[in-house]
Design a protein around this ligand. Structure first.
Ligand code: PLP
Length: 413
């Protein structure tokens, strides 16, 4: 059991009011809030040892380099990567996926070959593959979902032919919450010789993820969804692949030897980290990882299962509200997308904001998926370690109020 009351004290923003009401922050799938320890790590860097990394011999430069590389080691340990050379800093999940599209897929895919993804992908794990397939003549295939919103494993198996070179799949849907059985997906994909990239943007923040147990070839995730700052993310890759891939960006720090005519590349991870990196945010991300580890990822997952189960029960009381995604809390993360036939999700989002409740309304960067649900947008509540059953109650009460309000005044569909 998490001591949520104590945890909440670490998050300054959770103490504030919005429109005179206590903030109920339920937009964690978009970005999480930051504990004081992470905010202070940013201040400590800029006040105490701001310097560029891997360049200077002075004390500040050495301190910055040491903390920055310590943070990389923390990330490696967090996902059980075999070594810190497998951890590449990126801006976010999106850039990590684009890195693989540009540095691996563009050089390896040929006409007649395929990339296989799923019908529940975020745009950042769909659009790069559309582009790279168009450029290389490869074909993009989409594995469908079951009526409950889980990956249809029979269909996935049927689509998995020896033509597939890469499976690019989410670990957890940011719209439906559905959890993909990634270990099985990897085993099947490796069986036909395909590599697997896992979009861990929604899973790594919320559950234990072990890259060696999953045996995935690449894993992408973002610090800002897991108590860390914006502007820093990670690509994990198996070292032999990273050693063989071409660089993504060219410039300082990624080169070994340069003449006026040509250059040779450093070994990973530096080959993929051209230019001055995001030093402060990487260090603060390390502190976010310390925070999550101290609480325990299994405990966070259990907390979110319990909260999601409670929320699903409470949502079932609202007769007209449709909840999308798998019915059981164990099959999903703490993400609940919902829709009322007579209230536009944006109106709902605005109404809830007046009650101090922050949710997201829209297509959640997954337009094809949301359209396939038969709506143009959904409202979405998403939980994290600091959310409580009382906040779920506040959401349900506010939804009842909204339904009464819009029932009286009406709303354009
Ligand atoms: N993939 C999934 C499943 C996501 O939920 C998100 C963000 O919402 C992303 C990728 C993209 O993450 P970022 O915007 O941090 O690059």
């Amino acid at each position: 059991m998490l001591d949520v009351h104590t945890i909440r004290q670490d998050f300054p923003v959770l103490q504030r009011k919005v429109h005179g009401k206590p903030l109920v922050y339920l937009d964690n799938a978009a970005t999480s809030q930051k504990p004081r320890q992470v905010i202070q790590a940013l201040v400590a860097y800029y006040e105490g040892y701001n310097a560029n990394v891997h360049r200077a011999v002075h004390t500040l430069g050495e301190e910055a380099t040491q903390r920055y590389e310590e943070a990389r080691q923390k990330v490696a340990d967090f996902i059980n990567a075999p070594s810190l050379e497998c951890i590449i800093w990126t801006r976010n999940t999106t850039e990590a996926i684009n890195l693989v599209a540009s540095a691996w897929a563009r050089h390896h895919l040929k006409p007649g070959e395929e990339v296989l993804t799923s019908a529940m992908e975020h745009h950042s794990n769909l659009v790069p593959w559309q582009r790279v397939c168009a450029e290389t003549g490869a074909t993009l295939r989409i594995a469908p979902l079951t009526p409950e919103g889980l990956l249809d494993m029979d269909a996935f198996r049927r689509l998995l032919s020896p033509r597939v070179r890469l499976v690019a799949i989410t670990h957890m849907s940011n719209v439906l919450g559905s959890i993909v059985p990634v270990e099985e997906v990897v085993r099947l994909a490796h069986g036909v010789g395909a590599l697997v990239l896992v979009d861990g943007a929604q899973s790594v923040p919320h559950m234990p993820v072990d890259v060696q147990a999953l045996d995935c070839d690449f894993l992408a995730f973002s610090a800002h969804k897991m108590l860390g700052p914006t502007g820093i993310g990670v690509l994990y890759g198996k070292l032999p692949l990273l050693e063989e891939m071409e660089p993504f960006l060219m410039g300082g720090e990624m080169v070994r030897e340069v003449t006026y005519e040509r250059a040779t590349w450093k070994a990973p991870p530096f080959r993929y980290e051209a230019g001055t990196p995001n030093i402060a945010d990487a260090i603060a991300f390390g502190v976010a990882i310390d925070y999550l580890k101290a609480i325990g990822m299994s405990a966070i997952r259990q907390h979110e299962i319990a909260l999601t189960r409670y929320a699903l029960q409470r949502f079932a009381e609202l007769e007209e509200v449709q909840v999308f995604g798998p019915p059981r809390a164990e099959q999903r993360g703490g993400v609940i997308s919902f829709h009322h036939p007579d209230i536009h999700p944006h109106d709902l989002g605005t109404f809830l904001d007046r009650e101090g409740i922050a949710i997201r309304a829209g297509h959640h960067c997954a337009m094809p998926l949301v359209r396939s649900l038969g709506v143009v947008a959904t409202a979405r509540a998403s939980f994290y370690l600091y959310n409580t059953e009382e906040e779920v109650d506040a959401l349900i009460d506010a939804l009842r109020k909204a339904i009464r309000f819009f029932g009286r005044v009406g709303t354009p569909r």
